[in-house]
Every structure is written in C-alpha cells, then in structure tokens.
Write a protein that binds this ligand. Structure first.
Ligand code: OTU
Length: 629
C-alpha cells in the first residue's frame, strides 16, 4: 500500500486559540480519530483507491468535511453517541421494535408522522424507518429510491426544518429514526447526473458510462435481472451523455462508480450530513451491488465489504451512536460477511435483513410445513458481538424467492413455482390474495401483497366466513410470532398491525400501474384504525400482536445475543430455544399436532398463561412461547 499519510493527515490537534465552545462534537471526534480509527480508515481508503491519482485530494476533502461536520454536530446527538458507546447492544434488547412506513402513506408527511406518535408508542415502537424521504426524481422514481438530492427532502412531505423537528420529537420519545441511504445509484436528474450530461468529466466519472456495447456485452451475460419485465437489461443508452449507462434497476437510476474515490467521499458526506439531522439508523440500500467485476454477477464483491468497513470506521469516529443496516437481498450464505468480523477495524454493519428467513416463512405458510424454515435456520450462523438480524414479515418490496434456491433444491425438493402460484391465488388450496411480481406467471421471481391478504384474512372477510377468518388471523400472528421471538430486531410493516389488505388502486393509476409493489403500499386509514370495530379481524390482530410484543418485552432471553437452537419436533412444527429459558413452538400445519417435548416437567405459555406438560396438542397455525412453570 502506498503511504499518503503526511499530506492527508488533516485531523491534527486543535490549533491554539480554537474556540472549544464552538467546536461541537469536534473534540470527541478528534479523540476517537486518534484512538487508531483514523489511521485504520486512512489505510482502508488508500488500499481501496491505491492506483488512483485522485485519492489524496479526495481524502483531504473527506477529513476537512469530517471536521466541519463534527463541529456542527448538535450536543443532543453527541450525548447520544457517548451514551451508546458504553452500551453497544442498545438496539438488541427485547424492548426494541421497528416500524416501517412511507411518511406520506402513513400520515401525509413529517408533521403528520409526529402527530401519530402515540400510535407508535402504544405499539412499543423504538425504531421508525421512514422509506426514502429525500428529494426524489421528478416523475417516476421507484417509490423514492431514485434520489435527486440527498440533502433535500421531498417537498410533498415537508421541509428540512420539519424533518429536524420530527427527529427531535422522536428522540424525545426514545424512537430512533431510520433512513434509506441509496448508495448504488442516483436519479438521472441528480445534480451529479446533470453535470455529467453537461459534459463535465469529473461527474461523468461518477457513473459507469460506455461509449459502445463492448463493455455492456462483456458484463451483461453474468448479471442478474432485478426487474426483468419492466426494466430488462442492466444498461441504458442515454443520448444526453452519448453512452450506455449502467442501470441495474430502472433506466432512470444510474449506478454510481464506487471505484472513483470522489464517489466514496461524496456519499460519506451525505451520510454525515444526514446523521447531523438526527438520522440514527441508515438502511444501506442495494449494498451488494456497489462494486462491478467482469465475469461475475457483480454482487457481493470483496470491495463492497471494503467500502462498508470504511463507512463503519467513519461512523465510529463521527457518530458512534448511529447504526448501519445492510440491505443485501442475497442467499443466506452470502450474508454473514456484511457484519464483518468483530476485530477492530473489520466491522461492517450492525444489522442485516434476514430476507431468507422472511421468504422461508411464507414458503412454510403456503405448504403447511416448517421444512424451509428449518433449513434456513439450521444454516443461520451465530453473529459477531453487537450485531443483530433485522427480522420482518413484509416490507415495501416483493417477497423475493430467489434467495431460497439452494435450500429449495435440497432433498426433498421444494417447488418455489408452486409457492409463487399459491400467493397469486392460482393454486386450488390457496387462501392467499396476492400477485406475482416481474414474472409472466409461470416464473418464481417474487410475490406482492399485504400480510393480511397473503394470509387469507381478506378472502375470509369477503366470504363472511368467521371460522376461516379466525384461522387467518392466527396465521398473521404466527408469522409475527416467529419474527418477534427468533432473534433479531423485529420490524412491523405499516398496516399489518390492523390486518390491512391490499391496495388495488394502483392498477387504475397511470403513474403506478406498471409497478406491482404498490399493491402493498396502502394509505393508513386513520379513522378506522383509531376505532377498530369490536370483534373485527383488525381488532383481533391488533390485540394479538400487542400481546406478543408485551410478552417479548418481559423475556430477557429474547435479547438478540441469545442463541437460537433448533429442536426437531417433526416437519409441521418449527421449534427453538432462546437461551436456556424460552422454548418457542410454532405449528405451520393446517391441522393440530401432538407435541412431545424432550424436556420433561411443567411449562407455561407466556402469551395465554396456559399451563402445559411436556405432551400437549398445538392447534393449527398456533404458537406457544414456553417458560418453565
Ligand atoms: C431495493 O431493493 C429497494 O428496497 C427497492 O425498493 C428499490 O426498488 C431498489 O433497491 C432500488 O433502489 O435488490 O438489494 O423488489 O427487493 O430491488 C437491493 C426488488 C434490491 C427489491 C430489490 C432490492
């Protein structure tokens, strides 16, 4: 590695006469920098950009920005950084619960979210992830994932001042705000893209531009297709730049060139500025895609981990109270590297989405057995200290089935095409009302729909079948019971707490009808939600979910650091212990099962308080969370 140390070491001790009262978080940042993290970051940066002549200038800019942004960091945030440094597992306890929503769909905008805070507090929410609220591209924008300005907010949601007021309000309520950081691409109307279109060579190199098909033809055969129907291929010809632009997602989402050190620094600045606005958790969108390599799928490349390690070090210096969450929708076996290893300087993200677990749960629900879940959990490793899975039932995206291909091929094979057909309602025994995503129907790409619709709640409601409705509610609770007890930071998806169904209005809306994921992005019906009809499915789900969340809060063994140990109680049942105190049994079959626990003695289900011996019957689609009686 080359040594660029001397010219780049911008964080030297304060010059005499510096006004410490004006220094904000700078003295702390300087101390953390000097406690070796600065040199580790510097080494990583220059290893990554070893052969790039622009690296020293980019580094100088990074350290200068780090200082001025540290100076600007608010005392309240600096205090949070300090407090969390002494409690690095602060997000792992059984009291942590996430909630995911679009600010506009949930409550109109930032002020609206603030006004519904009591709803979140009643649920026990401690982490609120608001889907992209940065200023999006004009026109189609992939639900905000095509960002036109990372430093500005979507004017439909409010102003930057409103956002800061919301973060302060959330902080006072012990709710951490999470934000997406769309790292892989910008919108084609971002100022960098506009500069590239104007011919500025500095900004042309922010993107991956190819004058002819030679480059694209070299990469394309190995690349995955994210939206094979609505955005086939990974390159788009753009007249304004006279080039093929790398566009993994929609054609208006231009992939950034992370091999350019200026891109790293520009994104690092975005991260620090957002942290200074009070964002406490960053969901690193599409992390797997950041580095491209010919002859590979250009996912999960070693340099991706290098970049994540560098971003983690930067945050450990700048804002150690902040969490990084990997959104890498990749097979289970490729996920652990996103946590890095615990050795100083090699940490990556604090959290990662367990998308295999999420998809496996839906496979199990459709098949009436726990096989797929058992396979995924058997393979899920223990995590490094102070790291946790993000567990979830649904989110704003489709349920992607591809992450399960390896597990599906084990003996006996599990047919994912059947599962996909089941959720599209094209299966004789299906209770689900969903839609296939990005397939012609026969394929297995993904499935869309709200939890309640996929679990049979809406079908049973429509049929006026009270018995079917009751079991459908149990299915919803089974799915959430799993995610609340298995180990990790569980996240509720907006609307699931009241069993909200699909929103088919997108099919009539010319701006959204091409994008099936709008099926599960409904508006929160507040008048209804605040006065749920007694005895309704919504009220049952709300009460059942609340009981699970409360039970969880009182079980220390559900802290994310306690191991999850599988127990074999047959194919229908998923059973695991958490630590030595808690035993969870979940029946995925449509019929009751006889349970014979290998551990004798009396047990108590903490949800119903029912007392049980080591032999008992577990009703269809139900769960017990057992402790010693
Ligand atoms: C992420 O998604 C976001 O969650 C999507 O909403 C965005 O469309 C996308 O990035 C582009 O910003 O592959 O690992 O439904 O699961 O696109 C990143 C497909 C991703 C998503 C997939 C996903």
């Amino acid at each position: 590695m080359s040594d660029h140390g001397s010219e780049a070491n911008a964080l030297t001790p304060a010059a005499p006469g510096i006004d410490v009262s004006d220094a904000g978080g700078l003295p702390l940042v300087r101390a953390r920098w000097e406690a070796k993290r600065g040199s580790a970051l510097q080494q990583l940066f220059f290893a990554l950009y070893e052969h790039d002549a622009r690296a020293p200038a980019a580094w100088a800019r990074l350290t200068a920005q780090l200082q001025s942004l540290a100076r600007a960091r608010e005392p309240a945030l600096t205090a949070l950084d300090q407090a969390r440094a002494t409690r690095p597992d602060w997000f792992m306890g059984p009291d942590m619960l996430g909630y995911l929503a679009y600010a506009d769909r949930f409550a109109g905008g930032f002020n609206g979210v603030g006004a519904q805070l009591d709803w979140l507090q009643q649920l026990g929410v401690r982490y609120l992830h608001l889907l992209p609220f940065t200023r999006p591209r004009v026109g189609d924008n992939d639900g905000g994932f095509a960002v036109a300005d990372y430093d500005d907010v979507d004017p439909r949601l409010g102003t930057v001042a409103d956002l800061c007021a919301l973060t302060a309000k959330l902080r006072a309520a012990s709710i951490s705000l999470g934000s997406d950081l769309v790292l892989n691409h910008t919108a084609d109307d971002h100022v960098w893209a506009r500069a590239a279109k104007a011919g500025d060579p500095h900004y042309r190199d922010f993107y991956l531009l190819f004058p002819d098909r030679t480059g694209p033809n070299q990469y394309e055969p190995d690349l995955p297709q994210i939206f094979p129907i609505t955005a086939p291929g990974n390159f788009t010809w753009v007249d304004a730049v006279q080039a093929w632009v790398w566009t993994t997602f929609y054609p208006y989402q231009w992939d950034l060139n992370w091999a350019n050190p200026h891109v790293f620094v520009a994104m690092a600045e975005v991260l620090m500025r957002a942290a200074n606005r009070g964002v406490e958790v960053f969901r690193l969108d599409s992390t797997a895609f950041l580095w491209k390599r010919a002859g590979t799928r250009s996912m999960n490349q070693p340099e991706v981990h290098h970049i994540l390690r560098a971003l983690r070090l930067l945050m450990e210096v700048f804002a150690p109270g902040v969490l990084l969450k990997a959104e890498a929708i990749v097979p289970m076996r490729e996920l652990p590297p996103y946590f890095g290893d615990a050795e100083i300087g090699r940490r990556e993200c604090h959290l990662a989405y367990h998308s295999s677990l999420m998809a496996a749960a839906w496979v199990s629900l459709s098949r009436g057995d726990a096989l797929m879940l058992q396979r995924v959990l058997a393979d899920t490793p223990a995590l490094p200290a102070d790291c946790s899975w993000l567990t979830y039932v649904r989110c704003h995206d489709d349920i992607g089935w591809s992450v399960l291909r390896r597990e599906a091929d084990l003996e006996p094979a599990i047919d994912l095409a059947q599962v996909s057909a089941f959720y599209a309602g094209r299966h004789p025994e299906s209770f689900a009302e969903g839609e296939a995503f990005q397939t012609d129907g026969a394929g297995v790409h993904g499935s869309n729909g709200m939890t309640a619709a996929l679990s049979g709640v809406t079908a049973a409601e429509r049929a006026g079948d009270a018995r079917a409705l009751a079991v459908a509610c149990d299915r919803v609770l089974l799915m959430y019971g799993l995610m609340l007890s298995v180990g990790g930071l569980p996240m509720l998806y907006m609307g699931d707490e009241i069993g909200l169904g699909n929103d088919v209005s997108y099919q009539e809306d010319p701006e959204r009808q091409h994008e099936g994921r709008w099926l599960h992005r409904p508006l929160m019906p507040w008048a209804y939600a605040r006065a749920l009809p007694e005895g309704s499915a919504a009220a049952q789900i709300r009460a059942g979910l609340t009981a699970l969340i409360r039970a969880r809060q009182h079980l220390p063994a559900l802290h994310a650091s306690f191991p999850c140990q599988l127990l074999d109680l047959g194919a229908s049942v998923l059973a695991y212990t958490r630590g030595t105190d808690v035993l969870v049994v979940l029946n995925f079959a449509p019929t009751p099962v006889e349970i014979h626990l290998p551990m004798k003695g009396a047990w108590r289900d903490v949800i119903t308080n029912r007392l049980l011996q080591h032999r008992f019957e577990l009703p269809a689609w139900s769960q017990y969370w057992l402790v010693r009686a």
